[in-house]
Each structure stands twice: as structure tokens, then as C-alpha cells.
Design a protein. Structure first.
Length: 248
């Protein structure tokens, strides 16, 4: 009763205790990333689904469910930490390792399934499908690298949480590319990398330093974005054509 009375009498103080400043920041970053996903996939996925249009191949539907599940898991984890429930966070984290592996597997599967479906429907030619393949596979390389590192550093929370943010940002590339007003490359990169840039700014303000994990991750993500320039690179197209043809 005394706890309840304190909470009612001083909501601001209770909120501050329940959500330490740094933990509350990661709740905000998670909500920012969820907003980017919602904006990107609303016209093609969430909006039609709410209108009852769910006529999509099962593999695409399953991928969407797994993707949304990752974002929900991320928010649940940061909320648990923000509320001081670290034991529950660690318990859920053991499930999260397997779930992250599922995200990676489904991402690789859909990287091939999506262009093959477009080919089968006659919507794309082989060169377009082969060029596209580099984009989602690149997402999976980035996600897999950051997620694997996050698992390796799971006993070092400050490093672990930053690597999870970087892994999730890697997954946002597809969503940002679908936002109508991100057709210019600089704006696309700015929105895609905004969670990392905001996090770097937050660390600079609170710790007066450039966080090395975010700085390194930002460089890796920026280099990874350069793959967009190679989608019509003939050596890549030869490899991608062979991969797709082997599956048809």
C-alpha cells in the first residue's frame, strides 16, 4: 500500500524510478525503429492486412510474422530492463537467441523466394531479380554479424544492447526503402541510420565521448549500404543468375 500511495502521490518520481534515464532512452529508440517499420510497410503490408487483404504466399506471410515478432521482442526486452526486471530480461534473452537465428534463416529464405516469385509471375526479368538479391542478402549479412556479436557479448550489457540496436537497424533497410519520401539516397541513409545517429548523440551528451561500438557499427552499416551501387555489376549478376537458376 505504501508503494501504491507513493506512486499515486508522485507519478513523476515513480516513473523516474521505474524507468532509469538510459533505459528509457532505449525504449524510445525501440519505438523509433518500430515507427520506421510501420511507415515503410504500411502501404504494402500492414494497411492491406487491416483491410482484410492477406492474399500473399505463405513464405512471405511467415517472414512478416517473424519480422514483426522481432520488433515486439525488442520492445519487450528494453521494457523489462527499464522496469528493472533484469532476471526476466535474461530469461527471455535465451529465447531471443533462438528467435534471432530464426529471423536470419527466414531472411535468407525470403531473399531468394521474393525474386523467384516475381520471376514466376512475369513481373521481373532475370537481371532485375539477380540485382535485387544483393539487397536482402546484404541485410542478412549485416544482421547476422551484429546479432552474432551481441550473443557473444551478452554478459556485457553495455556492449550487448548497442549491438542489438545495430542488428535491428540492419533489418530496417527494406522498410526505409519503401517509404515514399526516401527516394533520394541521402534522405534514405539519414532515416535508416537515424537510430544509430541519435544514439551516438545521446552518448556524446551523457558521457562526453564517441561511443566506439556505435561508431564502428555506423561505419560497417555505411559500407554495407554501398552494395546498392553494385546491383547491376556484371560479376555479381553472373553469380546471382546462377544462384536463382539453380532454384528454378
Amino acid at each position: 500500500m505504501s508503494t501504491l500511495s507513493a506512486s499515486i502521490g508522485s507519478p513523476a518520481r515513480s516513473l523516474t524510478r521505474a524507468y532509469p534515464r538510459r533505459s528509457r532512452f532505449y525504449v524510445g529508440i525501440s519505438l523509433l525503429m518500430i515507427t520506421i517499420v510501420a511507415l515503410g510497410f504500411w502501404p504494402s503490408y500492414f494497411g492491406p492486412m487491416l483491410r482484410g487483404n492477406i492474399a500473399r504466399p505463405w513464405v512471405i506471410q511467415l517472414h512478416g510474422v517473424v519480422y514483426v515478432g522481432w520488433m515486439a521482442l525488442l520492445l519487450a526486452q528494453v521494457m523489462l530492463v527499464a522496469r528493472g526486471r533484469t532476471r526476466a530480461h535474461r530469461s527471455l534473452g535465451r529465447f531471443g537467441i533462438w528467435y534471432g537465428a530464426l529471423v536470419l534463416v527466414m531472411g535468407i529464405v525470403v531473399s531468394f523466394a521474393a525474386p523467384l516469385l516475381h520471376l514466376a509471375a512475369g513481373e521481373w526479368d532475370m537481371d532485375r531479380a539477380a540485382g535485387f538479391l544483393l539487397i536482402p542478402l546484404g541485410d542478412m549479412v549485416l544482421f547476422g554479424g551484429f546479432f552474432g556479436a551481441a550473443v557473444a557479448y551478452r554478459r556485457q550489457p553495455d556492449i550487448h544492447k548497442r549491438l542489438i540496436v545495430l542488428a535491428t537497424v540492419a533489418l530496417l533497410f527494406a522498410a526505409v526503402g519503401r517509404i515514399s519520401f526516401t527516394q533520394s539516397t541521402p534522405l534514405l541513409l539519414l532515416i535508416w541510420l537515424s537510430p544509430v545517429l541519435v544514439s551516438i548523440g545521446h552518448e556524446a551528451l551523457t558521457s562526453r565521448r564517441l561511443d566506439p561500438v556505435y561508431a564502428f557499427g555506423l561505419v560497417i552499416l555505411a559500407i554495407g549500404a554501398g552494395r546498392v551501387a553494385l546491383v547491376q555489376y556484371e560479376p555479381w549478376l553472373r553469380v546471382a543468375r546462377a544462384l536463382l537458376q539453380s532454384l528454378t
